[in-house]
Design a protein around this ligand. Sequence first.
Ligand code: C2E
Ligand code: CA
Ligand code: CA
Length: 534
Amino acid sequence: MHPVLLSASFLLVIAIAWSFALLRRLRDWRALFVFAWLAASMLLLVLSIAGQLRPTSVAAMIGPGRLQQLAISGLSMAAVIYFHVVFQRDALTGLPNRALIMHRLGNALARVARGRDPACAILFLDVDRFKVINDSLGHTRGDKLLGFIAERLKTALRKGDCIGRLGGDEFIIILHGEHEEGAVRVAERLHEVLARPIQMSGRDVFTGVSIGIAISSRGNEGAESLLRAADLAMYRAKLQGSSRHEIFKPSMQVNADERLQLESDLQHAAKRGEFVLYYQPIVSLATGRVHGVEALLRWQHRERGLTFPDVFVPVAEETGLIVTIDLWVLEEACTQMRRWQRELPGVRDMLVHVNLSGRQFLRSGLVEKVAETLKRTELPAGSLGLEMTETVLMDDAELATSMLGDLKTLGVKLQLDDFGTGYSSLSYLHRFPIDSLKIDRSFVTSMGGSGKDARIVRSINALARDLELEVIAEGIETTEQLEVLRRLGCHYGQGNLLCEPLDASKVEPLLSAGGLPSEPGSRPPRPASSRALV
Ligand code: C2E
Ligand code: CA
Ligand code: CA
């Protein structure tokens, strides 16, 4: 065979194989059409080259020049259709992308408006803790996981339903003709299909989605506003915990406005001196002596009254205000502890724990800020403990390791907060220069239940001992929990049973006494209403 012909045929095979592989991922019937078109055009091109070298019957019939023209226009058409398909598809999952899904949502709403469908429901899905999974598995496997999730979700849908990916870990599903009941049934099915673990590289990955549902029964809302409504409902579902669904209610819109107000109030709170610190004692479980206190932030809001951090810290984190707030907490807590150390006998060896949010931790200059604060307030570095969650550290484990190293050099103590709730990477646990683990409240709370959580607490305790770390159990509410933790040899405890968070003046007598009243009275936990979210 002539070398030109040989290379043309080789190119033909490569092009067809390549386009087939790419288009197969898009899972669109038009892919077949583009594939056939491309193959035919390439064949024409080969024939036309062959005709120029040695007249073939087809080339002789049509004429080699014309054959080439046909081949080139065929190839350009294939390219146009190919890009049309590609630009409407999400490359990772092959699902319709945002543009296509919004177009389809517009059509679905138009059908409702014309009375051809009784209603239309959309489901806004967001993968729970995807960032954490992504960080622990690596981005390539995170992408793969999204593909698996998309496949699973599709198995829960019927033929006419439409699913697309909005981007990141967000999916959208359009259900034609469905009211609330049908949409909730689908949401339940989606939770079910994701309840089974996904096998990836020989390990089971557990995942779930939070779902927001919005219904249109008149079809007169715009596609964007219906999407926003479903998004708000999803946000609500997420606040309830993982694998939940919520139906949009107009009150959620009001709450969004309220949130804006909260944001603006938060901007002024520090300047108006509305923040106050409460302190919760951390007690040695062996001796009953107070080991230190955790500084917990409260906001004395002019209208809302005493407001708890779970209401405003997420807002402060999103707006970046948390950086200023946490620095204020650090300064205030160090000043207070230094004052106590000077004025109260027996407080000299106690620590004050301060919580650090993700943004602040990864912000450059934190180490210098801590050093400056310690110098200004004259608090010995060993009297300060910094609490960070593993999720925050895993955001950028390399950077975290080096910053923790610098903080350690200053002499401050480091605690891993809410331990057990993130995707703990044991290899990093070993590398982070931390001093103690704080067992998350959820394990302590349900310790008496299935027995499984007691085993988790026991394992964390054993792990900490092996790594020569101290263990603090938080959220102790009952004497049974206290007893079990004591038996397990847990070093320190914190919780409403021992002492709830108190303002500085009220916690002072306990600190000067050095310990809590011998039989800790069971105080009622904080009323649920006061923790209500925005
Ligand atoms: P956290 O660091 O896990 O703090 C422990 C939370 O558990 C505190 O809630 C504390 O009041 C509560 N708690 C303690 N014992 C018990 C108990 O026996 N039962 C129950 N149900 N709860 C108990 P709080 O003060 O509402 O703080 C919530 C979260 O807000 C904290 O969780 C922490 O992540 C964050 N936070 C608090 N203060 C600050 C701060 O100054 N800066 C930052 N960035 N975050 C803060
Ligand atoms: Ca904490
Ligand atoms: Ca905690």
